[in-house]
Design a protein around this ligand. Structure first.
Ligand SMILES: Nc1ncnc2c1ncn2[C@@H]1O[C@H](COP(=O)(O)OP(=O)(O)OP(=O)(O)O)[C@@H](O)[C@H]1O
Ligand SMILES: [Mg+2]
Length: 407
């Protein structure tokens, strides 16, 4: 829908605000530009409606090079909320909202009913508000007016530059919810600038993360949370978001499993098994065939029972697994199985072969790594472990029972 090709912007004083931007903004999506103050978000956005023009490179809207479109005309076809709202103080609300329809010479009645419709849409009673002046509105109400003004002429493209920045957290949440609802109905192409990662994660289809005039990473909130491109992105996302992500119900067993469970061949004898358990500090062994196909398990109690017969093999005493999970299953599924059936661990298989083991310990270890233990205090780590326990309570003896997993 909107395409930046090799766009550079150097301001008159020589400052390079955009360095080689290549970016595709998709039709009908809500794209959020985010990054530290001064990184070029507003500059980039203003290139879309030609309030800024590139020093070099091209911008296309629906494959049309916008340098060939008259800027005034272009601006009428694009809704825009500038940073800090920018309502006209001498015009009442109805007139403010109707600025672009008026420029487009819409019929008066059509305009009036459109204004009323938009006011209702953001929960402002038209009878109460249409004749008020901006100074007679709260900050949140003014920002609502800013947003509906951008929508008034029904443009396909809407640019919102930190439209909710001046709001208290509650009004902000409300407006975010309203925007999400509006967007589900209207399916506009919206470019939204914010500083706030929570906001971006909540509303974005696609996040474009910028730093010092460059795009650092582009992707869905989920993708950026799971696969931050570099340190900068990680620090920008912040630990809090890693938390949300780690507890995400979409997390799969492959992310958390121990990949080197202690295994033994079914041909081994009892004495060997005991020595093996001793050496690896486990109380059970996973029995796999030559191609790592999962055959069963043997616990220390089975071994003690089989010990009397000198030529017993693990194959004679092993038990089959009743519960296994496929690679790619959710961690939630594994934890539920462990919890409901009191299992110390669940094997993870792919095509019948053992690929890993989910133990409660492995889940906790994974969480701890995700949390970047270097800057996490022991208290924080413990708190997280507690949280996990609430989801899948550990039995008191769990640590001792963690058979098969490495300790
Ligand atoms: N007209 C101008 N002349 C020179 N430099 C400018 C001009 N406008 C912006 N800049 C500089 O370009 C850089 C990017 O500005 P921009 O307004 O795009 O940042 P931003 O990412 O929107 O920041 P914020 O989050 O604070 O709004 C800044 O360093 C700014 O000082
Ligand atoms: Mg800005």
């Amino acid at each position: 829908m909107i395409r930046f090709e090799n766009v550079k912007k150097t301001y008159d004083d020589g400052f390079e605000a955009l360095k080689m931007i290549n970016l595709e903004i998709k039709e009908g999506e809500l794209t959020v530009l985010i990054g530290p103050s001064g990184c070029g978000k507003s500059t980039l956005m203003k290139h879309i409606n030609r309030l800024n023009n590139p020093t070099s490179g091209k911008i296309y809207i629906r494959d049309k090079d916008i340098s060939s479109i008259d800027p005034v005309e272009l601006r009428r076809s694009i809704g825009y909320v500038i940073q800090n709202v920018g309502l006209f103080p001498h015009m009442n609300i109805a007139k403010n909202v109707a600025v672009v329809p008026k420029l487009l010479k819409w019929d008066k009645e059509v305009t009036t009913s459109k204004v009323d419709e938009l006011l209702s849409m953001v929960n402002l009673d038209p009878d109460v508000y249409r004749n008020r002046y901006p100074s007679e509105l709260s900050g949140g109400q003014q920002q609502r007016i800013g947003v509906i003004r951008a929508l008034a002429a029904d443009p396909d493209v809407i640019l919102l530059d930190e439209p909710f920045s001046a709001l208290d957290p509650i009004s902000r949440e409300q407006l975010q919810d309203e925007l999400i609802r509006l967007q589900q109905e209207l399916k506009k192409t919206i470019v939204f600038v914010t500083h706030d990662m929570d906001e971006a994660i909540k509303i974005a289809d696609t996040i474009v993360l910028m730093k010092a005039g460059e795009v650092v990473q582009t992707g869905s909130p989920e993708h950026i949370l799971r696969h931050p491109a570099n340190e900068f992105v990680t620090s920008f996302i912040g630990k809090k978001h890693l938390t949300n992500d780690t507890l995400d119900p979409g997390m799969i067993v492959d992310d958390v499993m121990s990949v080197n469970p202690v295994t033994a061949s079914p041909e081994r004898g009892m004495a060997a098994a005991i020595q093996f358990m001793e050496r690896h500090r486990v109380d059970s062994l996973i029995i796999v065939g030559k191609k790592r196909e999962l055959l069963g398990y043997v616990s220390i109690f089975n071994v003690l029972q089989g010990y009397r017969h000198e030529d017993s093999r693990l194959a004679d005493i092993m038990k089959p697994f009743v519960h296994v999970v496929e690679s790619g299953s959710s961690v939630a599924l594994a934890l539920t199985l462990m919890n409901e059936h009191g299992l110390p661990y669940v094997p993870v298989v792919r095509d019948g072969q053992l690929v890993g083991l989910v133990t409660r310990g492995s889940v906790v270890r994974h969480m701890a790594e995700m949390y970047n233990p270097d800057d996490m205090s022991l208290e924080e780590l413990t708190a997280e472990a507690e949280k996990l326990k609430e989801e899948a309570p550990l039995e008191p003896a769990e640590a001792d029972q963690e058979g098969g997993g490495r300790t």
